[in-house]
Design a protein around this ligand. Sequence first.
Ligand SMILES: NC(=O)c1ccc[n+]([C@@H]2O[C@H](COP(=O)([O-])OP(=O)(O)OC[C@H]3O[C@@H](n4cnc5c(N)ncnc54)[C@H](OP(=O)(O)O)[C@@H]3O)[C@@H](O)[C@H]2O)c1
Length: 269
Amino acid sequence: MTQSSKAGTALITGASSGIGAVYADRFAKRGYNVILAARDEARLNALAAKLHAQYGVAAAVLPADLSTEAGIEAVEGRLEADAAISVFVNNAGIAKLGTLAEMSGRDISDIIQLNVNAAARLAGAAARAFTPRKTGRVINVASVLALVSEWFNPVYNASKAFVLSLSQSMQNELGPLGVKVQAVLPGATRTEIWSRAGADISALPPEMVMGVDEMVDAALVGFDRDETVTIPALPDAAEFEAFTQARLKMGPNLSRDHAAARYHTAAAT
Ligand SMILES: NC(=O)c1ccc[n+]([C@@H]2O[C@H](COP(=O)([O-])OP(=O)(O)OC[C@H]3O[C@@H](n4cnc5c(N)ncnc54)[C@H](OP(=O)(O)O)[C@@H]3O)[C@@H](O)[C@H]2O)c1
């Protein structure tokens, strides 16, 4: 990367399509240099050339398969070595259609490898890179399925619950050190993930599906407001706030020296 930018550099995983490609466009538009990571080098090159031509920023590509150790290490290495990186968009992810019983063991591992293992490894690299500088922003792309176990399927939902929990714990840990973390929870969003997962997005009621530009633009409003959790579709933010308060209220009672009265058996009393 030859050209420096006042805004810094945004490194985006899963930048070759969908949500990641729109984030790349929006950060380039804001004057950030961008580093685009994914497997499809031809698509990354085409997007980099377009962003450079359109916005005059430096746009580099970082081809990496995050299902491999080498791919994860390549992105970890870039995050830790390039001090110009000020934003990390931890976005690459996959989904697979099917119940737990219908999924192969390989499908289960593939989802966990990318959505959980790679996401956590790269979040860790961003934390190591940003903490000493006392600045930096991490955007972790989760899903509303982190909150709705009753929809879709167990492994994908759990992978996104992991990303939400990771983000909230990261914000708790890194916030006081000057690094801000945002979890973005998209609902159904019109991208290739659906066809790649073997799912038909047109089977969903259209009122449940958001365009990808609108989703990312809304998430960036949340980013600009320093939100820790952004749910672009949720009309009433107070509902999530109430949910959070209910969770926090349980806090003092979740770890105690005795079982709750309802679990006392006659034999134990
Ligand atoms: N669309 C939705 O309805 C929705 C809803 C909630 C959350 N999300 C989340 O949003 C994120 C982005 O998904 P999307 O909807 O934009 O889907 P998408 O268009 O399929 O994009 C997924 C991106 O991840 C990359 N990727 C996939 N496997 C990879 C691997 N092994 N190594 C490196 N990169 C890989 C893909 O690029 P290559 O194929 O070039 O590697 C692509 O750039 C995901 O985390 C997804 O779970 C999506």
